[in-house]
Structures are given as structure tokens and as C-alpha cells.
Design a protein around this ligand. Structure first.
Ligand code: PMP
Length: 302
């Protein structure tokens, strides 16, 4: 028997387990998840040398996957990694994973790593990228978190290229673990008192009718949901300013919310021990969430 065999347990997800054996995709092949394996010499394993994307599945269809794949292309370019396949192929694979696995609402995760090579920090230019993807269900339209979530303020311990959607995410792992240990849903990361972003989301506040979110720079990820929410706000002439805000301003805001591809728009009703506004989802947040859901319904109706 393999020495570790007696310690092997079933899959251990804190988020709801996926009970049936999924079909995943790895290096050009659809396989059962038990066969979706990477080498220990893969640079994604050894160095976190990889980039990824997560797109929502809504009404059984991918949502804004073209925008996510455009960001993947940018991330790949920024780290000098060749594309593993055309975006059309990746799009087909992602949709196929959603369909094959019977996902009505959920997400598709796609990762590209530098590939397999003898461990050395600089990379051989000939190494072939590894690529894999899987789908999982997640409640999106009827999300219980739409009643409001809490966040926990933590220092932003990340590197200087947060605009790259890198798989090296130890700082976010620790930030989100601290948030969970504090009994909250998400981390509010701050640097020198200024809010950067959530552990895996874009953060926003509303004060005196004006919505604020941090401007794009290498300090944050250019959220796809952020872009869409800005366009929706402009559509309905909602006053919006792209300006950094402090933790103190967030605590004193009328409303606070987060956006991400798999949370859409979620109200933040508590920041550590302080209730935001009157402690219930505010009108701007609710309007944006509804507008986001309407657009998602429209785009995924075939
Ligand atoms: N910031 C960070 C650090 C994230 O990990 C995410 C989620 N990928 C976001 C923002 C939100 O990005 P998106 O709207 O594209 O999901």
C-alpha cells in the first residue's frame, strides 16, 4: 500500500461539495476529475507560476467569458507566457464543461501554468504551458449573501503587480482566512489606510449619493464585474467617481458593497464591529445588483 494511503480522506471543501464525479479538462482532454492531474514538476505547483480566470455560468451559459479571456490574454502577455490555445477554443471548452456537468448557475475556473520543467527560477523558453479547467455549481441569482455580508479589515500584504491575475495568492489566502476566522465573509485589504480591494473582489462605497471605487492601477485587479458595474451605473446616470477611499470613509459610508464574477453585486452591511449605514442593503447597491442580474439574464437567454 502507498504509505500515505491510510491517511487519504474524501474531498474536503468548505464550500458545498460537488457530489458527482465531474468532467474536467486538462491539456486538451476532457477527463473525470480523478484523472485530472499535474506533475509535481509543473511550475504552477513549484512556483505558483501561472495565471487564471473565473467566469460565471448563468442560466446554463457563460457570462462575459469573452471579457475574462481578454484579461487572461493580458495576464499571459505580462508574464511572457504563450497562450495554450485560441480564445475561441477555450470558450468552447468552458461552455462545454458547464453543459456536460449540468451547471445552471455556477462558475468555470481556468488556469494556465508555465508548464513542466526541472526546478529553476528562470524558465526555459521551450516549456509548454499546462492548462486545465473545471466547473462547479454556485447560487448566483438567489444568493443568501444578498441580504448583506460582513468584512474584516486586514493589511494588504501583496506584491506590486496586483493587476496580473496570478495564481500566487498566499497573501489573499491569509487575508481571507483571517476574514473567516473573524466570522466575516470577505477581507477588506488596506494599505496606509487606503482600501485596495477585497481578498477576491472589488470594493465600493456610496456617500451622499456618489459611488466610489478605486481607479485602475497595478495596486488592484481590473475586475470584469467592476467594468460592467461602471457601465451600468453610467447607463442610469448614477454619479460615480473612480477614487481611492480610506477605511474610515468606508466605515462612515452610507453604503458599501463588493463585486466579483461569482458574487455579482453584494451589500456589505458591517465592517468589523461597525454597522454600515442602517445595516441593511442600501438603495444604490440594490439597484446595481438588480441591473446586473437583469443584464445577466438578458445575455444568457438563448
Ligand atoms: N480583485 C481580486 C483580488 C480578485 O481576486 C477578484 C476576483 N477575481 C476581483 C477583484 C474581482 O474581479 P472579477 O470581477 O473579474 O471577478
Amino acid at each position: 500500500m502507498h504509505p500515505g494511503a491510510s491517511f487519504r480522506r474524501g474531498p474536503c471543501h468548505v464550500i458545498s461539495p460537488v457530489s458527482v464525479m465531474r468532467t474536467c479538462w486538462i491539456n486538451g482532454q476532457f477527463v473525470p476529475e480523478s484523472e485530472a492531474k499535474l506533475s509535481i514538476f509543473d511550475r504552477g505547483v513549484l512556483f505558483g507560476d501561472g495565471v487564471y480566470e473565473v467566469a460565471a455560468v448563468f442560466q446554463g451559459r457563460l457570462l462575459d467569458a469573452d471579457l475574462h479571456l481578454a484579461r487572461l490574454t493580458r495576464s499571459l502577455g505580462e508574464i511572457g507566457m504563450p497562450a495554450p490555445a485560441s480564445n475561441d477554443t477555450l470558450l468552447e471548452v468552458m461552455q462545454s464543461l458547464a453543459t456536460t456537468n449540468g451547471i445552471d448557475e455556477g462558475l468555470v475556473y481556468l488556469q494556465v501554468t508555465r508548464g513542466e520543467a526541472e526546478r529553476d527560477f528562470p524558465f526555459p523558453t521551450t516549456v509548454k504551458p499546462s492548462v486545465f479547467a473545471y466547473a462547479r455549481p454556485k447560487k448566483l441569482s438567489d444568493d443568501p449573501n444578498a441580504a448583506g455580508v460582513a468584512v474584516h479589515v486586514v493589511p494588504d500584504l501583496r506584491w506590486a503587480r496586483c493587476d496580473i491575475k496570478s495564481t500566487s495568492m498566499l497573501a489573499q489566502v491569509l487575508a481571507k482566512q483571517a476574514a473567516r476566522a473573524a466570522g466575516t465573509f470577505e477581507a477588506m485589504m488596506q494599505e496606509d489606510g487606503l482600501v485596495t480591494e477585497g481578498g477576491s473582489s472589488t470594493l465600493w462605497i456610496v456617500k451622499d449619493g456618489v459611488t466610489y471605487t478605486r481607479p485602475l492601477s497595478s495596486d488592484i485587479l481590473a475586475g470584469i464585474t467592476r467594468d460592467v458595474a461602471i457601465a451600468l451605473a453610467i447607463d442610469v446616470s448614477m454619479p460615480l467617481v473612480q477614487r481611492a477611499f480610506t477605511v474610515d470613509q468606508a466605515v462612515a459610508a452610507d453604503e458599501c458593497f463588493l463585486t466579483s464574477a461569482t458574487s455579482f453585486v453584494l451589500p456589505i452591511t458591517r465592517i468589523d464591529d461597525t454597522v454600515v449605514g442602517n445595516g441593511t442593503p442600501g438603495p444604490v447597491t440594490q439597484r446595481l445588483r438588480e441591473a446586473y442580474l437583469d443584464r445577466a439574464r438578458r445575455l444568457t437567454t438563448v
